[in-house]
Design a protein around this ligand. Structure first.
Ligand SMILES: [Zn+2]
Length: 356
């Protein structure tokens, strides 16, 4: 074939293409089945529309049906880009057993309803001079599931056999799930442990007596305990708020504003209650993945474990540098509380004043 013949053939082919649309447009196969909210769609390689892969808020995509949730996509991309362990993709491994040091993962512990109690209140239920009996230690250092149980009564009913978690505390507090509260007609607020001012009242009963607790019934807010050794791996400090992705593909959820509590009395673990565990399809030992950058909260009021500290804001290690930069000093007598690491940092920067 000569060069001229070749050109002629090419021209005829081009003409044919223009006249008859025999080449199919880009095909984007739909993944089978209905979409799962919050789940990334199956990739359809080069035929996928860019708008479907990286949706822009407010812009219409070719196929809205399988548009990924923007949050889930952002979380997956950020985690992958940062090399922080497996991206939270559906159908991907639901995360290794946590605590293995990989990525920003924490093990999940599902908290059943339980009671923290003062020694005095315990004696009202179990008799003068009685002590809590440890049955088994729980993950948080120094704490144990006690053998003793209590019965809690609200306006519409009772729940028996509620475990006491020891040792005795400075304030009595009962942590119930929202479903528990509904069952016994209790209107309890969602609170972090220790923040019981204005919470619901409830009647507690033991073998030796009962009493009406004026306040102390709460629905425990989900939170993450972080051991001091894990703060660097997870890029968090005490008092931070983080975004967490958890759950299997068909129940995957992204939770924002999850409080981080860290210190020597904490072991790394995310606590959710039983209602949440059902809702997100997670079980004890599953992993949750921290995504994005934490939000620092200067003022964290209350806070269990720190005990009796009123509403003074909690300063973490990261709050100390700006204070030093302003030429101010810190001490134990100020209108704030400090984490041990914050105190160390203040000493290191030479802005710590020992109170007399
Ligand atoms: Zn907890």
């Amino acid at each position: 074939m000569t060069e001229d013949e070749l050109q002629a053939l090419a021209a005829r082919i081009a003409e044919a293409i223009l006249r008859r649309p025999w080449i199919l447009g880009p095909v984007r196969p739909e993944p089978p089945g209905p979409p799962t909210p919050g789940q990334l769609p199956a990739w359809a390689a080069a035929s996928q529309q860019l708008g479907d892969i990286a949706p822009v808020a407010g812009r219409k995509t070719v196929s809205g049906r399988h548009r990924p949730a923007y949050d889930a996509l952002t979380a997956a991309v950020r985690a992958a880009a940062a090399g922080r362990g497996p991206a939270p993709l559906p159908g991907g491994s639901p995360a290794s057993r946590a605590g293995t040091g990989g990525g920003r993962m924490v093990p999940i512990a599902v908290s059943n309803r339980h009671v923290h109690i003062t020694q005095a209140d315990f004696e009202r239920l179990y008799g003068l001079g009685q002590q809590l009996t440890p049955e088994r230690p729980i993950t948080q250092p120094g704490q144990f599931a006690a053998r003793e149980r209590v019965k809690a009564t609200g306006p519409k009913g009772s729940i028996e056999g509620i475990r006491i978690v020891g040792p005795a505390r400075k304030a009595t507090q009962i942590e119930l799930s929202a479903a528990d509260c509904r069952a016994i007609g209790l209107d309890a607020p969602v609170r972090h442990s220790g923040q019981i001012a204005g919470s619901a009242g409830i009647t507690l009963e033991g073998p030796a007596g009962s009493f009406a607790l004026p306040e102390g019934a709460i629905i425990a807010a989900r939170h993450i305990h972080v051991s001091p050794a894990d703060t660097a791996r997870l890029s968090v400090a005490d008092g931070d708020r983080v975004t967490v992705v958890l759950g299997p593909a068909d129940r995957r959820a992204t939770l924002s504003d999850v409080l981080v509590r860290s210190g020597s009395s904490h072991a790394t673990e995310m606590h959710v209650d039983i209602d949440e565990a059902y809702a997100f399809g997670v079980r004890n030992g599953d992993s949750a993945t921290l995504v994005g950058r934490p939000t620092r909260t200067r003022a964290r009021s209350g806070g269990g474990g720190s005990g009796g500290s009123g509403h003074r804001p909690l300063l973490t290690e990261r709050d100390v540098d700006p204070v030093a930069a302003r030429g101010e000093t810190l001490s134990d007598s100020g209108p704030y509380r400090l984490t041990p690491l914050a105190r160390d940092r203040a000493r290191a920067l030479g802005i710590w004043r020992d109170s007399t």
